[in-house]
Design a protein. Structure first.
Length: 379
């Protein structure tokens, strides 16, 4: 008999279900579905939560990055330094704006951009740095901002996996000129479909990206500039507003689950990346193993679902091979991580029993025998 399945995550509304269902009914009853009062209310609430003056709802987190870059005038001929260990959409967003992604290697512990590698990748064409707060772990923002200031280039933060994260006590998204968020259903704050947002405290930039997201319209049927069609719809905005009050509690639950993993994983045949900052929000909980594929198969035999984030670094993705550039020094840390990383189940409703089951399976993983050739005596 196969082991009972322990899913990687659960996406169905739980304690938030009554609020979500009420929000859906409210939108249906009102009959206003695009750029109405629900979007306005969510934008104001999300800006307050993020500690910024403005939030602008858009269709996806990918669009959020691309629209920010366009709003900053970054496009053809420009380079944006970012990480090759991310969902490929970060690099895609740079190309959507017309810019060229340049990949710098990782800090091997944080698994986010290595500031020294970032500085080594800067050229006269560098227009922005796009750090990704991967897995909910904040990148080393003080160091990155210092480098950007020294070279006079913009910082745009990819916060798509880092809702409510902080770095040195300061909210992520508040270090750069603007930040991008995703509300894809798996995110720490997820919609029941696609959605994204831009946050900034720059009023002029906020006004510009607001126009760009809506076809470049200055007012109805008057298009002052080329834009895109990328709008957070009323239904998703209402659902996000309903879920927003639950986000602090969900974030704390993730941190409690992660602390349990860290405490109980002592002696397991994996390496746990350190928590570089207490502001980590644990969108994912990765571990590392040189036998990652065998370990993943073993866990699946025990009924435990895991995922790999991400098995192929962006610089090796077929679609991007001729469209990107590599920073100086190579990407050895990135390629090593992509061969070892494995994400364990992590979500706000992960029970103690679930966590103990994962730990027990890891501790029971059969050790891989390594053959050592006998040393022969010198003749």
């Amino acid at each position: 008999m196969s082991a009972e399945r322990l899913p990687f995550m659960r996406l169905q509304p739980a304690e938030d279900r009554p609020a979500v269902e009420a929000a859906i009914r409210r939108v249906i009853d009102r009959g206003w579905f695009v750029l109405g009062p629900e979007v306005d209310a969510f934008e104001q609430a999300f800006a307050r939560l993020c500690g910024t003056r403005h939030a602008i709802g858009v269709g996806t987190g990918t669009d959020a990055i691309a629209i920010i870059l366009r709003g900053l005038g970054i496009g053809a001929g420009d380079e944006v330094i970012t990480t090759p260990l991310s969902a490929a959409y970060s690099a895609l967003a740079c190309m959507m704006a017309g810019a060229r992604p340049v990949f710098a290697d990782l800090d091997p512990e944080r698994l986010t951009l290595d500031p020294a590698a970032v500085e080594a990748a800067i050229t006269p064409r560098t227009a922005a740095i796009l750090p990704v707060h991967l897995y909910g772990q904040p990148a080393d923002m003080p160091a990155i901002v210092t480098i950007a200031s020294r070279h006079g280039i913009a910082v745009v933060e990819d916060c798509c996996q880092a809702h409510l994260a902080t770095c040195n006590g300061q909210p992520v998204g508040s270090f750069g000129v603007a930040a991008a968020y995703s509300f894809y259903p798996t995110k720490n704050l997820g919609a029941l479909g696609d959605g994204g947002a831009i946050t900034t405290s720059d009023a002029a930039l906020a006004a510009k990206v607001k126009r760009i997201r809506n076809g470049g319209q200055t007012d109805r049927y008057h298009h002052g500039e080329m834009g895109v069609n990328s709008r957070l719809d009323e239904m998703q905005a209402a659902i996000l507003s309903a879920r927003l009050p639950f986000l602090p509690g969900w974030t704390q639950a993730r941190r409690i689950g992660a602390a349990a993993y860290r405490r109980l994983l002592t002696g397991a045949p994996v390496v746990v990346p350190p928590q570089a900052d207490p502001g980590h929000v644990y969108h994912l909980f990765p571990v590392r193993s040189p036998q990652r594929d065998q370990l993943q198969a073993w866990l699946l035999e025990q009924g435990i679902e895991t995922l790999v984030h991400y098995p192929v670094p962006v610089h090796l993705q077929q679609a991007y091979l001729s469209r990107i550039a590599l920073g100086a020094g190579g990407l050895a840390e990135t390629e090593k991580a992509c061969g070892e990383i494995l994400s364990l189940p992590m979500h706000p409703h992960l029970s103690d029993e679930d966590a103990h089951r994962v730990i027990s399976a890891l501790l029971g993983y059969p050790p891989v025998a390594v053959a050592h050739p006998e040393k022969r005596a010198d003749p």
